[in-house]
Structures are given as C-alpha cells and as structure tokens.
Design a protein around this ligand. Sequence first.
Ligand SMILES: *Cc1c(COP(=O)(O)O)cnc(C)c1O
Length: 405
Amino acid sequence: MTTQETRSSAVLNTPAMSRDTMRYETAAPAIFERLGVVPVVNCCGVYTDLGGSVLSPSVWAAMAEVNTSFVDMIELLHESGQRIAAMVGAEAARVVPGASAAIALGTAACIARSSGAISEQLPNTGAASRDVLLQSGHGYKYDRCVSLAGGRIVRVGDDNGATLEMLDSRISADSAMMLLPAHLDGVAGTVPLRDAMALARRRELPTFVDAAYMNYPTSLMGSFTAAGADLVCFSAKYFGGPNAGGFICGRRDLLDAVTGVDFTRYESGQHLKFGRAFKLDRQTIVAVVVALEEWFAMDHGARWQGYSDRVQTILSAVRDVDGVQARSASFTMDERLVAEPVNCVMLEFDAHGPWSAETVATKLAAGNPSVRTVQLNGSLVIAVDALLDGQETLVADRLKIALGR
Ligand SMILES: *Cc1c(COP(=O)(O)O)cnc(C)c1O
C-alpha cells in the first residue's frame, strides 16, 4: 500500500481535454465505453478518487455469492463484527462504510452513548457532552467528520504544541472523546499516543484512534487497542477491501453505542437514528471480512516482491533516456520518497532537458486508458501497488512513447 488521502501536496494528474488517439486493446470495461468514461491505469496507489482498491477474485466471489440470498443485516453485522474483533484482538468490532464514517459514527456513539433519543437528534447534541479534544499538531483532513455527528473539535496546544498538562486541563464535563490520528503520532509538539491514551483512560474520556492505513505489518492492527485505545478505525481500501468499507473496533460498551447510532432498525426501531445515511450493503460487509482474512493470511513478502518485479519492467523502458534519471524507490504513506521497500519508479528530469514531470504526466494521462501518475517536487512517481497484473507492460510502453523512444 502506498498512497493515501493525506498526501495533500502530491498532484494527481487529470487528463487533458484533447486525448491521444492511441488506444490500447486491453480488457477495458465495455460499460465504461458505453457510459463514455475513460478507463484509468492507476500508477498513484490507493486513492478514493481513482476507485480505491482492486478486489481479489475471492473477495469478488464472496460478494457475488452474497447476492444470491437475503440475510438479516443485524445478525450479519454482529457475526462479522465478532469475526473481525477476533482477528484484530479487540473486544468488539463492526463494519462501517469507511474510516470517515467510522469517525462520524464513533463520535456519535461517544456523544449519545446508550441514548436513542440523543442519537435521533444528532447533530444537535442538546445538553449532551460534545467536545472532541484534538492536539493542535494533529489537525488533518478527516477531523471534519467529527462535526457531522455534532462533535465540537477543541484544539489543544499553543505555538509550541500541546503538552500532557494542557490536555489534562482541557478535559471537562463537556468532553465526549479524544481523537488521535495514528499516522501523526510523534509529530513535533504532540503528546505521544500512548501517553495521551493513558491520561484519557485515567480521566475516563474515550479515545478514538484513526488508524485508517496502519495495517502493515498486520500485528500493527491490534496494537492500538492493546495500548489502551477505546475505539480504533481502519479503512478497507488499504487492505484490498471495498472503497466504501472499513471497520471500527474496541471497547464492547462503545461498540454497542455505535450499533445504537448506526443505520440498522431505522424504520423498525424506536428512534430515527443518526447513522441512517451511513448504510451498508450485505456484499460490502462480507467483502470487508473476507479481504481482512486474506490480508492476514497473505504472503506479504511475495506482495512486495511483486511490486519490485513490476518496477524492474518499467525501469527497463526508461534506461538511458537523455535528460531523465530513473530509479526504484518507496513512496511512503506520508508522502516521501525513500529507498525501501520498493513500490514505485521515480523519474527525475534535468532542468534544461526535453522533459519535465508535468509534460510526461500530462502525456500519460491523455491517452486511453489514461495512465495516472503522481508529481512530487518536480519528480514523477509511478506507483505500482495499485496496478492490475500485467499493466506494468502497458505502463512501460506508454512511458517509452511519452519519452519519444
Ligand atoms: C483514507 C483515510 C480516511 C478515510 O477513509 P475512508 O474509508 O475512505 O472513509 C481516514 N483517515 C485516513 C488517515 C485516511 O488515509
């Protein structure tokens, strides 16, 4: 897994208005043609805007199988949650439509707790506690999901960041939750997750850890609840599950509260619950479970080797091109290029050479299929971890053409 939604400075290429006439007769879905949309070869990584992830044949088969029968969704959510909880070593878990939904539903659960009446009036919280503590260095794009449920973000910290004492002093009767984005743990001026969680536990304030992509090594997934997190969420797009899937796990009483605010029993129950707009298909629920099972059973060494092989194929197309330096690299989750483990080709361009990252990216994006790459600080990143098997050959060919070979 490489790219993710937090890579704010990376530029995903959009196709030019006039498209190359060149066509690749690959298995482009006929439905895209009928709808008039251009298929994309994804050299960016996992991006919601490009469709998220590719489902494995067995995940896809499970979804097809599910389509042949109805099921009691309440029972399915409960049993699938048990299965997920066992895998990640949490007391309880529940499939939700993505990590963003998990933040909204988790916030709603921490505000409403067991009150159906409060769930019904959210995002109006009435007299219920609704403050969600967030360290100033922990601000990120998805903290906005807190307010969907009526949570009020309380940013803690001054110019030098936040301290444990500041966090302690801001916990009050108005506090509902502390939000902790796991990928920002260790950022300068922040209290480490572990210490913040210990404090919150002492003060009996629930913690919510956004661990959306903290799924590798797989042992990482259980580490947050083990370290004292009350609620933790993961996005399925990062473990080969559906783009519109994910799960929330943690303390049983809080998972009961999540059940109390989510979409089930909207019409059949007593309350018009907050989470009705966050509904799930049975296919998605099953796909999240099967994808997670596969993720735990996967030979991840072979996965990384597969990326490395694809990178070699693409590199062979760009060797010895004047004005371009190509090498293998690792496009990290926090948007840096490092050496290992290899998951991309990185192209650097001579300042006065014939090509730039932008011109090459634009050419690649303009064809059909549209090959989308990432521009980063003047370099072109060609990530291979979201490619379908065999597409590396197509990417190599298109790159040769773009570089006039
Ligand atoms: C992608 C992402 C999310 C949102 O996840 P969805 O499942 O797409 O809703 C939240 N937090 C982080 C850190 C992410 O990368």
